[in-house]
Design a protein around this ligand. Structure first.
Ligand SMILES: Cc1cc2nc3c(=O)[nH]c(=O)nc-3n(C[C@H](O)[C@H](O)[C@H](O)COP(=O)(O)OP(=O)(O)OC[C@H]3O[C@@H](n4cnc5c(N)ncnc54)[C@H](O)[C@@H]3O)c2cc1C
Length: 266
């Protein structure tokens, strides 16, 4: 079985994040990492492989992003993926979800080679743009069914059954492979790379592909053909100092109540 896990390289939310002058995210001059939500996708792909140990299963980590995005697939290799593909091309910068899904879909087709991909695993959303649309776009582009937002994943033969938790119910959804699966952060804690895994990752195959390798025209991707454009961004105003209510003359309780009432808390 061929499994491809899509992992996105995103700016580290705990570090300094910036926008470029064209209002796209600066992904080059900031610290980045494998999107935490995509670690759950890697984990589920590895668990499927481990549960079906008597079958030949290959897990490929795939990322589309700038030079530094290779760190995302390296981490997936350290966690246990068998091989990795990094699609990098200057023309991809500023792409919207539609163009990103085009590049990913063509890479998934090429990754399968003569043995088409059976399962595409994605995260719930990226931690930077958070649109949660790429898995559905991949299903459409690849002509595959999708089972999305899984909190529990089970596979048997070519069948995939997931549980999807909504506000009011838990749905059980099934599909037949090949298909696209996306998993949530409830699907199971992602493993940390072990020392052995980190060392083993150095010897695993990692391919770098350009748009030309995928037969994608540079004019189909990038900011200039994005369907929407971010016109303006503004930093959230810094927090103002809190108001301290003192109770030196016994008026503290009233002052506190007045404050809460003024904010309509009581
Ligand atoms: C500040 C800012 C400005 C933006 N400007 C624009 C703009 O001007 N115009 C515009 O149309 N869009 C813009 N975007 C949106 C952004 O470029 C797209 O949303 C993005 O390319 C793909 O969508 P997503 O990250 O929301 O993916 P999601 O749909 O949230 O991702 C779901 C899953 O798909 C997979 N995936 C997604 N991307 C990749 C990848 N690159 N490699 C591997 N796997 C992946 C992962 O498994 C991920 O968990 C902007 C976003 C931000 C934060």
């Amino acid at each position: 079985m061929n499994i491809v896990v899509c992992v996105k390289y995103v700016p580290d939310a705990t570090a300094d994040r910036r926008f470029e002058s064209d209002n796209t995210v600066d992904r080059v001059d900031v610290d980045g990492l494998l999107s935490e939500l995509d670690e759950y996708a890697v984990e589920q792909a590895l668990q499927i492989k481990e549960k079906r140990a008597d079958e030949e299963i290959e897990v490929t980590a795939l990322t589309v992003g700038p030079e530094k995005a290779v760190d995302a697939v390296r981490k997936a290799l350290q966690m246990g993926a068998d091989k990795a593909i990094h699609v990098v091309d200057d023309a991809i910068a500023g792409s919207d979800a539609i163009a990103t899904s085009l590049v990913l879909a063509e890479a998934i087709k090429k990754a399968g080679g003569e043995k088409p991909v059976d399962l595409v695993v994605c995260g719930l959303a990226s931690t930077d743009a958070s649109m949660s649309v790429v898995p559905a776009m991949l299903a459409e582009r690849l002509g595959l069914p999708q089972v999305t937002l899984a909190s529990v994943v089970e596979t048997q033969g070519d069948q995939v059954r997931i549980k999807r938790d909504t506000d009011t119910a838990t749905e059980v959804v099934g599909g037949t492979m090949p298909l696209v699966l996306s998993v949530t952060d409830q699907s199971g804690e992602a493993r940390y790379p072990s020392f052995k895994g980190i060392m083993a990752a150095k010897k695993k195959p990692l391919e770098t592909w350009s748009l030309g390798d995928l037969g994608v025209d540079a004019g189909q991707v990038g900011l200039s053909v994005a369907w929407t454009q971010v016109e303006e961004t503004a930093a959230r105003p810094p927090r103002t100092a809190g108001e301290i209510v003192k109770d030196e003359d016994g008026s503290g309780a009233k002052a506190l109540a007045d404050f809460l009432a003024s904010k309509k808390f009581i």
